[in-house]
Design a protein around this ligand. Structure first.
Ligand SMILES: Cc1ncc(COP(=O)(O)O)c(C=O)c1O
Length: 368
């Protein structure tokens, strides 16, 4: 049975984008970031398709367990680390790798692991806050903490990582400041020669000198450029990234409206001329952004047009005046290979990450 709204997930495109990350990263290992249900694309299908990844990054132990339950045998890294001590039992059982970003997490790990028998030593990723101002241990004192963690009986390895706040703004001075702070501590740990990890997608796609052991691409795998859409030379096609998700919905009515007629709630659109308006069966309850302004791009019958009127819970209007061949039952494309998710993100002011993560559970997913 045909669905009202469908998200088609192109797993070949996902694999292609992974190969771009692999070839561009100045790193020998790639941690594919598939947290948040693979940014809304589906955890299990994405993980199976990303068979060339060296490790998978997820947010918390619950996501790690869901991934493990799919039968995946690759290492899994829990990016927020330990949130509650009772998670350690599972972490030990499945040998999940853990980010450690604060001294309170270290204390919790120490206390909990003194009560658990470890069969296999754990791998930790000690995170440094070099200027992101979010998670991480200060550079000052990091080396001491690193050595202390490495010396614990339950520790197998300690990698060192940081996250850049502005790598999507390539000329931001903060990038090099963060890198300098990281490199200084790396030099202090010369004798331990820690495995290092710095860039996410924007760092991988930038020219910044971010060579290290592990890169951590997320959004680029899903075919979105992390850079400002205004910067044409940094759009997804310039990196040969392919759209993974195509979001489509059916036209369920076509109206011939007159100049001055209202379309939808709160008169966000009044027809400036006589118009042919299609009503598409997708709304904010399907994950389409409710703040989309008039003329947010939509593709119908291969032609670019735009929304008219406020997005409703399950519907939105599109201008079909220049697309006479469009008829009820046709699919409208909200984003995909021929209509960039990044263009919709720029028009709505909603991050591409947010758009794909928001696609609702009631939408029918199809894997190609
Ligand atoms: C620590 C860390 N590494 C990597 C990523 C992936 O970032 P992106 O999706 O921008 O590539 C994220 C995403 O939030 C992250 O938090």
């Amino acid at each position: 049975m045909a669905h009202r709204v469908q998200a088609s997930i192109d797993l070949k495109a996902l694999q292609h984008n992974f190969s771009i990350a692999r070839s561009r990263a100045k790193a020998s290992h790639i941690a594919a970031i598939i947290k948040a249900n693979a940014y809304g694309h589906g955890l299990e299908h994405s993980a199976l398709a990303l068979n060339d990844a060296d490790l998978f990054g997820v947010t918390d132990v619950h996501e790690a367990l869901a991934l493990k339950n799919t039968g995946i045998s690759k290492p899994i890294l829990v990016l927020q680390g330990l949130i509650h001590a009772d998670e350690l039992q599972l972490i030990v059982e499945h040998n999940f790798e853990l980010v450690v970003h604060s001294s309170s997490q270290l204390t919790m790990i120490d206390e909990a692991l003194s009560k658990i028998t470890i069969k296999k030593p754990l791998t930790f990723w000690l995170k440094m806050d070099t200027g992101m101002g979010r998670l991480g241990i200060e550079p000052n004192g990091f080396a001491t903490t690193y050595k202390a963690l490495l010396g614990r009986p339950y520790t197998g390895a300690v990698n060192m990582m940081t996250h850049l706040a502005n790598s999507s703004i390539p000329d931001s001075a903060l990038n090099l400041q963060q890198l300098k702070a990281f490199r200084e501590v790396e030099a202090q740990l010369e004798d331990e020669s820690p495995v290092t990890s710095i860039p996410s997608s924007s760092g991988i796609l930038s020219d910044l000198p971010l060579s290290c052991d592990w890169a951590r691409p997320g959004i680029m795998l899903y075919g979105s450029s992390p850079f400002n859409y205004e910067l044409e030379h940094l759009r997804r096609d310039k990196f040969d990234l392919q759209a993974v998700m195509t979001l489509q919905a059916r036209i369920i009515a076509i109206r011939d409206l007159k100049q001055g007629d209202n379309v939808g709630y709160c008169s966000q659109y009044i027809c400036p001329k006589d118009m042919r308006v299609g009503i598409v069966s997708i709304g904010y309850a399907d994950g389409y952004p409710s703040n989309a302004p008039n003329d947010t791009p939509v593709l119908v019958a291969g032609k670019h047009t735009g929304t008219v009127g406020r997005v409703s819970m399950d519907m939105l209007g599109v201008d079909l005046s220049e697309i006479p061949e469009a008829s009820v039952g046709d699919l409208a494309t909200l984003w995909g290979q021929d209509l960039s998710l990044d263009e919709v993100a720029a028009k709505t002011g909603i991050l591409s990450y947010n758009l794909t993560c928001s696609v609702a559970r009631r939408v029918s997913f199809k894997y190609l």
